[in-house]
Design a protein. Structure first.
Length: 69
């Protein structure tokens, strides 16, 4: 799970990267790591939602969403 502090840091680094000074190598690595963490957390949340999602057909039958391979 990504904390609010980590999200704030991602945003701060994004703002700084748009300035003329840019990011240092250390900050670039930190930004990459935080982005990867955020994406992994987002995917985990989405998978959790989809695992609890059902489709109802025209006859009123419920079935779980199948995972694509």
């Amino acid at each position: 799970m990504v904390t609010q502090e980590q999200i704030a840091r991602i945003n701060a680094l994004a703002r700084k990267s748009k300035t003329p000074a840019g990011l240092t190598d250390e900050e670039r690595n930190e930004q990459k790591m935080l982005r990867e963490l955020y994406i992994a957390s987002f995917r985990e949340s989405l998978v959790g939602q989809l695992e609890n999602t059902y489709i109802v057909d025209a006859h009123g039958n419920k079935r779980k969403v199948q995972r694509r391979k």
